[in-house]
Design a protein around this ligand. Structure first.
Ligand SMILES: NC(=O)c1ccc[n+]([C@@H]2O[C@H](COP(=O)([O-])OP(=O)(O)OC[C@H]3O[C@@H](n4cnc5c(N)ncnc54)[C@H](O)[C@@H]3O)[C@@H](O)[C@H]2O)c1
Length: 327
């Protein structure tokens, strides 16, 4: 494809769908710090108004308010696309399964179309949810998963599986330079508690001095990756030609009970309360991260204790600001 201006670097002008969200806003900041121009495309159905305010002050940042399930004609400069836009978190996904499936399907096609028309690299965020309730530990990328297509979170899981299949189809049929990453549990400053994600939910409860309730004995195992580490992995993926899928998670998983104890210790308040019953969630998700190390030279390096300390501090400050604003 001929272009008037052939960019020297893939990070010159990046379009980030879901750029107003938790991961998206951290990614936009990191790209701006590296000298990129960044366009965030987001329908603002979730996300972080505080982070957007900060990003908006940057003259190399533009926000386009748009729903990715509707095709986007983007004529501005472009060297890469990152597709993150999707409803996220058990609360949002189970309340809006249709919107979730449409973001994973139509939204993915529209993001891929931009990359195809402009002949640029596109990295797409899938999820460790594609492994479902895995029957093998740890999960390497060659494991196909154990997924319920009609379960309470299937709108999300099947949307992500479609995303992976469609990205692969665009690569094979149209030659688009696609890259798929499978994030495990990403946590850090700026994740909002409203959608029932485990770390912000626990930290909010602990800071309020409440009990962190753990169904099923808290024995589920999760791989938590600090957001700055994850963003570094996304950028490494952007700068490569790898098709993926590639697991981006921590090689040191924890049980939910261990996580809850650590949050309470870090916050200095709250209690852990184990309650009976099943959670309906996957028993254990532990990534094999050797492919990320081998092909991207990437690994999650922030210790959980450190990442949680930063997260708790940031959420403590945000709660204090909200309390002052309410006076
Ligand atoms: N945070 C995690 O632990 C995690 C784990 C696995 C995968 N992921 C994936 O990473 C991506 C980003 O997740 P996040 O944690 O930043 O979530 P988030 O909810 O903070 O951000 C998602 C953003 O997408 C936007 N959005 C949703 N539907 C949209 C639509 N139809 N059109 C335009 N914008 C839309 C929201 O407004 C929000 O700003 C998602 O694709 C998610 O599935 C995240």
């Amino acid at each position: 494809m001929s272009r008037e201006h052939v960019p020297e670097h893939v990070l010159e002008h990046v379009l980030v769908t879901g750029g107003a969200g938790f991961i998206g806003s951290h990614l936009c900041h990191a790209l701006l710090e590296r000298g990129a121009r960044v366009t965030a495309v987001d329908n603002l159905s979730a996300g972080r108004p505080d982070a957007l305010e900060e990003l908006d002050r940057h003259d190399r940042f533009t926000l386009v308010e748009h729903d990715v399930t509707v095709p986007l004609e983007w004529a501005g400069p472009l060297t890469a696309v990152v597709h993150l836009a999707s409803p996220v978190g058990p609360a949002r996904i189970s309340e809006r399964p249709v919107a979730t499936l449409l973001a994973g399907s139509a939204g993915t096609v529209n993001a891929l179309e931009i990359a195809r028309r402009r002949d640029v690299r596109i990295v797409l965020a899938s999820s460790s949810e594609v492994y479902g309730d895995p029957a093998v530990q740890p999960q390497s990328e060659s494991y196909w998963g154990n997924v319920d297509p009609v379960g309470p979170l299937s709108g999300y899981t099947e949307g992500k599986r479609f995303l992976e299949a469609m990205a692969t189809a665009y690569r094979h049929e149209y030659g688009v330079n696609t890259g798929i990453v499978r994030p495990f549990n990403v946590y850090g400053p700026g994740a909002l508690p409203g959608d029932r994600r485990v770390v912000p939910t626990f930290v909010t409860a602990a800071l309020a001095g409440r009990a962190l309730t753990l169904a099923g004995g808290g024995q589920a195992v999760r791989s938590l990756v600090y957001v700055a580490d994850f963003v570094a992995g996304l950028i490494a993926m952007l700068e490569s030609d790898e098709s993926g899928p590639i697991n981006l998670g921590s090689a040191a998983p924890v049980t939910i009970a261990e996580l809850a104890e650590l949050v309470v210790r870090t916050a200095g308040s709250g209690t852990v309360q184990i309650i009976a019953g099943r959670t309906g969630e996957a028993a254990a998700r532990c990534p094999d991260v050797s492919k990320a190390a081998r092909v991207l030279g990437w690994e999650a390096t922030t210790p959980l204790e450190q990442g949680l300390a930063w997260t708790v501090e940031s959420m403590r400050q945000a709660a204090a600001r909200t309390a002052v604003a309410a006076v």
